[in-house]
Design a protein around this ligand. Sequence first.
Ligand SMILES: NC(=O)c1ccc[n+]([C@@H]2O[C@H](COP(=O)([O-])OP(=O)(O)OC[C@H]3O[C@@H](n4cnc5c(N)ncnc54)[C@H](O)[C@@H]3O)[C@@H](O)[C@H]2O)c1
Length: 397
Amino acid sequence: MMGKEFAGALARFPHLTDLEVRPELVAICGRRLQPEVERWFRSIAPGIELATRDYREILARSDIEAVYIAVPHDLHAELYTAAIRSGKHVLGEKPFGIDAEANAAIRAAAAERPELVVRCASQFMYLPGAQRVARMLEAGAFGRIIEADLGFLHCSDLNPAKPINWKRRAETNGAYGVLGDLGMHTLPLPLRAGWRPLNVRALLSDIVTRRPNEEGTLQRCDTWDNATLLCEAVAPADAQAPAHPPEHGAEPAAGYAGQDEGAVQRFPLTIRAHRIAPGELNSWYIKVLGTRASAAFSTKEINRLWTLDYEPGGEQAWRRLDLGYESCFPAVSASSFEFGFSDALLQMWGAYFEEVVRGGVPRERFAGCFTPEETAVGHALFSAALRSQREGRVVPV
Ligand SMILES: NC(=O)c1ccc[n+]([C@@H]2O[C@H](COP(=O)([O-])OP(=O)(O)OC[C@H]3O[C@@H](n4cnc5c(N)ncnc54)[C@H](O)[C@@H]3O)[C@@H](O)[C@H]2O)c1
């Protein structure tokens, strides 16, 4: 699925108007690459020189500079580390390793090749509404953060007849279940803003425990369907402070909560990743409530941003703004056109290739791709969430 989305984004790459890079798709790989699938790829990427079922053939080509890897989670560590060791820039899909150990192995390989741009795919930060919230965070517009809600909700698993696939098996999707699948997408924006979860009480549900396989035989579906994480989080006291979150596992560093009463930014953060959220097709949302401003955005109303500006003693009124095509990377689209899922993906690809050209340095803080270090915070959070569910208590992250 995501390989095709990638090829589609690349075909549309010239839609982005101010980038000095023009990626070309020259090789594709799939474990069981079928002739009709290969034909489809060739129809939109006529420059394809190599179509193979063995990824090592791609890694052996010295003229291929970068690879995108979208495979089941149990293969992330093997393929990502092999690609990095072969000297390719890598954009790997989330969760960037099936578990914390696999994630650490990928990060270790990346650390050995600092000249390569190794990043994790996640496109939601590039949505216009998300960018607006990011800029408000950067400007410290919220004042003290009162509370924040992030989430990513799907509904198709409500259908018990939906066939099982690798994403619904712990062996291939990972013990995180929905957290490794949808949950990771909630994190790039808050982590880039410098937020950090300190602890978590996780409530995980396995709602549909069996699903039919392609032949109709019921099989054990052993992944968590829904996850609600109640966290205590910190944000940097100075919104301009760190571009990246501090080392996880350590006490909040200088600039974080605790050192100055007036600047304390400890707040409740709720993260929801649900595969069974009735009526929610593909809803990614963020809501931040603050003492000076609040904002809410959801892909359910993709063109719409809600904000509330507050002066002490003044009125409290939510304001609704239609956004149009506002983007980090300018595109040919008119600013009044609505922005969609494939536009966010295209922006992410613009961000990635620009980082490749600029040696890993994004043009601005919220235009940069999700880094391996940021994914490590996600893995620490999700590992703590599993423990919290098991032990029925709050667990430090
Ligand atoms: N960014 C997003 O919005 C988004 C959406 C869906 C999935 N994903 C992520 O993308 C990744 C892939 O998900 P998908 O939905 O595209 O899955 P998919 O099942 O549609 O595709 C997986 C592909 O991996 C290939 N594959 C498996 N083993 C291989 C091997 N040894 N060598 C080469 N190819 C191999 C298969 O041939 C298949 O084409 C996952 O990490 C998933 O979490 C991201």
